[in-house]
Ligand binder design. Sequence first.
Ligand SMILES: Cc1cc2nc3c(=O)[nH]c(=O)nc-3n(C[C@H](O)[C@H](O)[C@H](O)COP(=O)(O)O)c2cc1C
Length: 350
Amino acid sequence: MPTLYDPIRLGDIDLPNRIIMAPMTRSRADADGVPLPFVKDYYAQRASAGLIVTEAIYVSRMAKGYVRTPGLVTDQQVMGWMQVTQAVHDAGGKIFAQLYHTGRVALPDFLPMRALPVAPSAIAIEGQNKTDDGPKDFVVPRALETDEIPGVASEFVNAAEMALAAGFDGVEIHAASGYLIHQFLDAAINQRKDIYGGSVQNRARFLLLVVDRVRDAIGDGKVGLKLSPRIKFNGVTEPDAEEMYPFLAKELSARNLAYLHGAKQGGYEIHSEMRPLYKGNYVAGAGFTAESGNAALASGAADAIVFGKPFLANPDLPRRMREGLELAEADPKTIYWGGEQGYSDYPALP
Ligand SMILES: Cc1cc2nc3c(=O)[nH]c(=O)nc-3n(C[C@H](O)[C@H](O)[C@H](O)COP(=O)(O)O)c2cc1C
């Protein structure tokens, strides 16, 4: 029976343990989307995870959805990430870049020439996003033209290639949390009449196009994918999740990815529903402790476990879990704001 502390191979990557650090946006990039110098310290401190997945990184200038978030678009950004991957590798760790396009979550404030964000359909999210001038309402996005869509998939390919150039061990495609790929999946958000809208197959087409283009570019074994069915975030409702996700599990099974990452949210029991349908490495996230993670591994419900919040204030989380040591709590005020404080200054235990 595997435990969190046993090794596993995910695609091309050998992990010394089954503890994965979840992708977590921390908003520590400069105005050009380059990670700040101490970002390498934060990730290197957490290199005892079997695998680190970075915060979400935007794949094009139109993909940026939040202040102070990083990209993988420019040479400067690649150079910035090189420092991070080098530091993690020097500390003995492995690191994947999480790639996303925020679609209708973006505001014109973050986009070139204050462009409207793009989305499957011209439907705004209710609510507000944060800017340096305070909160602002989400806007009605521009619906992508059919012939623009392959070009958006190419943005993921470019960013994946840049990720490898920056020294990442692979990429995780972010198809969760109500960002662009997830917007295509959701029947309430995607009201297109073309081959990217309507049936489950059509709404899944953009996701599968991105996955296949990225696999072709960098190899199956370096590609992970994150899904979060019915997450209560960014206006996701997914009226037919019970049809969409089994379809995706079957389609993705044929693709030999490094892993499928499910984050259980919103009442849909993704782990028990997806796991039996997905043939490949399944990594489970959201709400796990050492105890529940080990139980999930022992029962075969997952091959590895993803931990998010526990990594914020516990850089040496694998050791603390293994030895049953106390876990520190993160200061909520510095999660998305600030410099090194509340970020790279949480100490490891002596
Ligand atoms: C501060 C913070 C930032 C997050 N940013 C991202 C992100 O950039 N990409 C993503 O896929 N999920 C993001 N998440 C969700 C986590 O990856 C994870 O699914 C979630 O926190 C549940 O796991 P946990 O209970 O172990 O924290 C974020 C979560 C937190 C707490």
